[in-house]
Design a binder for this molecule. Structure first.
Ligand code: C5P
Length: 232
């Protein structure tokens, strides 16, 4: 899979999601299904979006004991999605177990990427709540390397970290980056943002874009603009 734009379908239910996707007519954008939509609708929403011909990033961020994660990943793998994820803080052993669970009898599997530190976690929360005293960028790169050493395909990271992740883990290690806004757009609650063109320049492999597309007056035009800027 090459560079692509993934639309974050952060909707509360199926009806709203399909009303949105119906606008795209012949086009089949890559979509991200997160916890809200998945917990509301269950696996049927994944099957239906897949049936319509979309690629799917199932963003459920697993984190549990290795055996539970392995068995749960085996279930998700049968949904035939394209990308799954988990928390790197679950340890290398948990990530290895996840890969085992995800791998089908014929050897194929969805891509597996890791969340390092959530961008909602800052240095202060890491030190006070988690008792991790290292600088946050060092922690992020360490978790990315753990993911690579466990055999994962990449990480979710801020576009500002993507170049460093590639330097640390190699250029084939995927960087999937949210926090993308158009130069003339509203940044909303995102703190550190990049335009699709900047994300391309620094080497993001996939950008995850929600509200700049889902809340646009013309979502299809906004999606096309993202593709133009990012894929070009
Ligand atoms: O609407 P917006 O473009 O901000 O949506 C970004 C998407 O990426 C949301 O689904 C959000 O949960 C997700 N995300 C993020 N920052 C992270 C990890 C995930 O914005 N660090």
């Amino acid at each position: 899979m090459g560079r692509d734009v993934i639309i974050a379908c952060d909707f509360a239910g199926a009806e709203e999601t399909f009303r949105f996707l119906d606008k795209f007519e012949g086009k089949k954008p890559f979509v991200k299904i997160g916890m809200e939509l998945y917990y509301a609708e269950g696996p049927s929403i994944v099957r239906e979006i897949k049936r319509r011909g979309h690629k799917i990033f199932l963003d459920l961020k697993l984190h549990d004991i290795p055996n539970t994660v392995k068995k749960s990943m085996a279930v998700l793998s049968r949904l035939d999605v394209d990308i799954c994820n988990l928390h790197a803080s679950g340890t290398v052993k948990m990530m290895q177990a996840a890969l085992e669970g995800l791998t089908r009898p014929d050897g194929t599997r969805p891509l597996l990427i890791a969340v390092t530190q959530l961008t909602s976690t800052d240095q202060q929360a890491m030190e006070n709540d988690l008792l991790i005293k290292e600088p946050i960028d060092k922690v992020v790169m360490h978790y990315a390397l753990n993911a690579k050493n466990a055999g994962l395909d990449g990480v979710v990271c801020s576009p500002l970290e993507a170049a460093k992740v590639h330097e640390t883990c190699g250029k084939d290690f995927l960087t999937v980056t949210p926090g993308v806004r158009f130069a003339d757009g509203d940044i909303g609650d995102q703190k550190r943002v990049m335009t699709p063109a900047q994300a391309k320049e620094i080497g993001s492999d996939y950008i995850v874009v929600g509200r700049p597309i889902t809340a646009a007056d013309d979502p299809v035009a906004a999606y096309e603009r993202c593709l133009d800027e990012f894929v070009g």
